[in-house]
Design a protein around this ligand. Structure first.
Ligand code: TYD
Length: 139
């Protein structure tokens, strides 16, 4: 069982250079999992919200590759908002955390590194179902 207290901003390596900066992420080195999938959100219309789900097992790292957005996390008991606006910060998300991604700036690109391949059966897409599962696991 995981929760909000395990979610955190990871300061990624940054090689500053007059030619432009460079950051990198190695699975199980800079983040606590091996990377099995990468996906990204882009061309997001103003005012749109993404996410709106939790995962039973999946771990993820969210990076604002360009622009900015806010990630609202909720472990069924507490909520916390993280603002991402630098491509050298990654937000680490454990399993069993509901997330909403909001306030996308124009041109924002949200990259997500995931610990597993896509599997719809790993999702909670209904908030009440998620809350009930959290409560059961806390008994
Ligand atoms: P969805 O979970 O709604 O995106 P988000 O949580 O970022 O708002 O996913 C949208 C669609 O894309 C949905 O039909 C599932 C599909 N999808 C994949 O096929 N592979 C993936 O790796 C992801 C993340 C989504």
């Amino acid at each position: 069982m995981s929760g909000l207290h395990d979610c955190c901003i990871i300061d990624l390596p940054k090689i500053t250079d007059p030619r432009g900066n460079l950051s990198f992420i190695e699975g199980a080195q800079h983040i606590p999992f091996e990377i099995r999938r990468v996906y990204y959100l882009y061309d997001i219309p103003g005012g749109e919200t993404r996410g709106g789900h939790a995962h039973k097992e999946l771990q993820q790292l969210i990076v604002a590759m360009s622009g900015s957005f806010d990630v609202i996390l909720d472990d069924g008991y507490n909520k916390k908002t993280f603002s991402l606006n630098r491509s050298y910060y990654g937000l680490y998300l454990t399993n069993m955390v509901w997330r909403e991604i909001v306030n996308f700036s124009t041109g924002a690109v949200c990259m997500v590194l995931a610990s597993e391949h896509y599997d719809e059966s790993d999702y909670f897409r209904d908030y009440r179902e998620f809350r009930n599962a959290v409560k059961e696991w806390h008994i």
